[in-house]
Write a protein that binds this ligand. Sequence first.
Ligand SMILES: O=C(O)C1=C[C@@H](OP(=O)(O)O)[C@@H](O)[C@H](O)C1
Ligand SMILES: C=C(OP(=O)(O)O)C(=O)O
Length: 432
Amino acid sequence: MSPTPHVIISPGRLCGKVAIPPSKSAAHRAIIAAALSNGPCRITPIAASDDIIATSNAMAALGANIRTDGDALVVRGLHDNATATAAAAATTLVDCAESGSTLRFLIPIAAALGRNATFTGRGRLAERPMAEYLHCLAQHGVAFSSDRGLPLSISGQLQPGTYVLPGNISSQFITGLLFALPMLNGDSVIVLSSDLQSAGYVDLTIAVLADAGIRIDATANGWAIPGKQRYQARNYSVEGDWSQAAFFLAAATIGSDISITGLKRDSKQGDRAAEDLFRQFGATITWDAAGALHARCNQARGIAIDAAQIPDLVPALAAAAALCPGQTRIFNAERLRAKESDRLAAMQKALGALGATISESADGLIIDGVERLHGGNVDGANDHRIVMASAIAALRADSPVAISHPQSINKSYPDFFAHFRSIGGSANVNLG
Ligand SMILES: O=C(O)C1=C[C@@H](OP(=O)(O)O)[C@@H](O)[C@H](O)C1
Ligand SMILES: C=C(OP(=O)(O)O)C(=O)O
């Protein structure tokens, strides 16, 4: 019998420069805005992660013309007269793979275009929160085959109006509506019924929309979205991914010496907060004149972290915290239970298996840093961020660590192990 897929990480220290991949969140948004536009757009660079492929295929299924050209995507928007709109008549099949972004962004977009569509997906996607979203869309002209699970079929024309949604379940509901509502025949408003979490992702959406010539007006408790707007074609350059940079900043915080290129210093990504958070842990982080970031750490300490706005940073922060003297408390992180895995439980299990002192609270993690972890087997939980965070923690184990589900990194960062090795890490992937 072949062994289950795993990666073996040998303890060590990373030292060198990583060219961080383009932001997954920014790339999703650029592809959608380009695909909804009235002409040709070039998006560069694009990294072919599974989530980005899912969004690109989805927009192509809706009628955009999309092809790769080296590390660029060349997109002819579906409102370009030269582009075939054969998809208009048929039921559009949208395979979202494991991408929550693709599923939640594409549902209102397809409905705004008046398309019948069937959404499929894998892994934990079918279990992730959708009910409030679908309920809200159903009040505005969209009919659903069910309000649970996948596949999910939709029909009907999305109507303008007042959309009331919670802000603390997923910001992806808001982003999906912000993409769709400007295309409708009348004006709409989004009203938040609870505080917005993951707010940086909505800021990123509004910035991309502004680039595409789409106006969104902030209100006291949401946004006003004028209808009858048209997406303008333009080129997009995709900045580096702060969420992925966090894994290398975590490595620096526990003893590695890392340089990172490709990051935008004044980025709108919410996970831009990583620089400040790892500095609070004690890392020395500087920028050079060429725009590269350098990180290392002489003396670390535990900190308190409010994760409401930065859910994707938590696995990397937890990996560092496991090896920083003192206590780290991560709170306001309950939404992590509804990602590719229950990330609070998965991080507790992964780091606990290596001898970390870590416990779950209802909304976070409590971690008392130890000097060194031990080797062992880690369940990667089929979750890219759990696998990458565990690989970083394993750098300071006293013997090798085997992590399951190594291929899950393809969801967001297919080159992660290659980059890890390129700066001195030892990562032997065995796909069984
Ligand atoms: O809009 C986006 O690009 C994302 C929003 C966040 O989700 P939530 O708003 O559901 O927390 C984040 O966790 C996800 O990885 C990407
Ligand atoms: C949760 C993530 O993405 P999504 O919600 O798009 O599946 C992620 O990349 O960690």
